[in-house]
Design a protein around this ligand. Sequence first.
Ligand code: 13P
Length: 246
Amino acid sequence: MQKLIVGNWKMNGTSADIPAIGKIVQAAGGHKSVDSGLCLPATLIERAASEFPGFAIGGQDCHAAEKGAHTGCVSAGMLKDAGAGMVIVGHSERRSDQGESDADVQGKARAARGAGLDVIICVGETEAERDAGKAEDIVLGQIDASVPDDLGTGGLAIAYEPVWAIGTGRVPSGGDVAAMHDAIRKRLIERLGQGGTQVRILYGGSMNGGNAAELLAIPNVDGGLIGGASLSADKFEPILAAAARP
Ligand code: 13P
């Protein structure tokens, strides 16, 4: 399976960062065996999509509804109209900051696929949940309740992002990543049939140029969702290079 490396810029970036995005687009062009893209703040999507046609731009959230009285929200169709080809839903920062439930996330994923966007559904346990030995139960519960099982598997990716690894410089052991990705794969196949073998399972949480090769070599790690190290080409390019290695 071709690896997928997606940068999540979170609440970073203004028009002053268009040249930085340009450098990332250029770096991505040097690694054509890797699928890559950037999920930008909504305010930058249209500009980036028009400046860099052919490069995959995405959003970081969408509303479950097509339109209506939801002040401040953005629908999947609006992201698509602005030039996005994908969207992240259920990021742990939204699950905690905005109190999004698994049911909310499922609704957003459904809306995204309905609008023709690829969707990356995020799951992951907190440190307390891992310490209590509940990591796998929590993550598989999120898969069961967040992933729609009637939409097909095309355009669907899962990102396993342990909450305690995000932005901390801490990464689970290779064995723990392998065990979780295997468990997710098994559950996807149980729920979605053979199509579950084709869903890319990304790892996210402090992935960088120094650890990407090791993480991406783990079976069922089909790519990465990158926060801090996606903000500049200098940091992002080594991850793309690691993903390009056979
Ligand atoms: P960091 O790569 O900064 O740890 O963030 C990961 C993440 O949350 C991507 O969605």
